[in-house]
Design a protein around this ligand. Sequence first.
Ligand code: TMP
Ligand code: ZN
Length: 420
Amino acid sequence: MSTKNTCCRICGNKDLYKFLELGPQPPANAFLTPPNSSHRLYPDFFALQFKNEKYYPLDVYFCPSCGLVQLTDIVNPDTLFRDYAYYTGKSSETMKRHFKELAKKLTEEFDLCSDDLIIDIGSNDGTFLKNFKCRRIGVDPAENIAKQANLNGVKTFPCFFTADSAWKILNKVGKAKVITATNVFAHVNNLYDFMAGVRCLLEDDGVFVIEVPHFMELYKNKEFDTIYHEHLSYFLVGPLVELFSKFRLKITKVEKIPVHGGSIRIYVKDQGHAGHFGPTIVEEAKQVLYTKDTYQTFADKVRSIKEDLVTLLTKLKAQGNRIVGYGAPAKGNTLLNYCKIGPDILDYLTDTTPYKQGKYSPGMHIPVVSPDVFHKDPPDYALMLPWNYQTEILKKEREFLKNGGQFIIPIPELEVIGIW
Ligand code: TMP
Ligand code: ZN
C-alpha cells in the first residue's frame, strides 16, 4: 500500500518538479524468502510470491520553493520498517568504527556523565548506543532488530518515533541531554510530527544531532542508487534551516562526514544558542542546487551510467566471464532494478548479513549467499554494490585480486579494478 503526497514535505509548495523516474520498483530491502519444506506441498508458492511482489513508483521531485529533493509516493512504513533487513552490527567495520568515534566525540563535547540520558532514534541493533556509559535509550520500529538490541543490553522501544510515542517515552525516561538520529531523518514523511517529538523530549539546553546523506554529494557523484522508497528526502542544509526554525530550533554546526557516499552531521539547539554554519550553505548555492536545470542534467547523467554499465557487463558476459554481485545493500537493488541486471548476468549476490542470506533480491530475484561461496569459488568479476565501502572491501579481498579477480565499481565512476 502507498499514498501520494501532493505538496512539499517541508514548505508545502504544490508545484513540485519531477526530474527522474527510476521505477516502478519493489522496496529495496524486501528480500524474498524461498519456499521451506511445507511450501514444497505447493510447488507454485515461490512463483506466486514473485508474481505478487509489490512495485511502487520511484519518481524523484525537486521543490523549487525550498530546495528539498523528495519522493512523493510513500510506501506504508509498516511494510518498509517493521521487519528490517539492515543490521548495523553486521553491515561494515567502517560504520562500527564511525559510531564508536561519534559516541566518544559526543560524550566529550557534551560532557555526558552517568546520570545524563541519550536517546537514539532509529537505533537499529544498538551498535551505536552500546558505546555510551551514560543512560541510553533506543527507539526503532523494526521488531526483529529492537529485539536484538534488547538482547545486546540496549533498552529499545519498538516503535516509530512520533509526537505521540515521544510523550510516552518522556513519561517513562524523562528528557534527554542528547538526541541522535543517524540515517533515519530521510526516512520520515511527517517531519513536523517527528520534530514535535524531539522538542518535547529534549532538555532546554540539549542538542539534537542528525546525520543525513548530503544531497550535494549525491548530485556531484551521481549516487542515484541511494534513492529508494525508504529515503523520502535528499537534504541540503537550506531546507533544514526552514524546518527547524518552525520549532524555535537552529543549526549551530554542520560537519561533513565521509559515510554513505558523503553525509553531513548537523547539530541543532534552541534558538538562544550561538553558532554558525555559513560555508556549507554557500557551497550548496554555488553548485546551483536550487535551480531546475541542474536536475535535468543530473537525470541525463544517470541514464548514461546505466548505458555504460549494462554495455560493460553484457560484453564481459558474452566473453564467457563469471560475474557476481559483491554485497546486497538496498542501494544495490535500486541499481540492479533500474539497469535490469538480473541472474542472467550475475550468478549471485554475496552479503555479510545472515538475514539476507538464502533469500532472493527484490525485483531481479538474484540469490543472496554468504561471502564463503565467493571465497571458495571466486568468479572473474565482482560488481561492488556497496561502493561506499570500497577501501574496506579492497583491503579485505586482496586474495581475490591477487588471484586475478577484478572488481567493477559502478559509482561514482565506472571503473574496473584488478592487479595485472
Ligand atoms: P549500507 O551501504 O547501507 O551500509 O549496506 C551495506 C551492505 O553491504 C550490508 O548489507 C552489508 C553488505 N556488505 C558486505 O556484504 N560485505 C562487505 O564487505 C561490506 C563492507 C558490506
Ligand atoms: Zn519545499
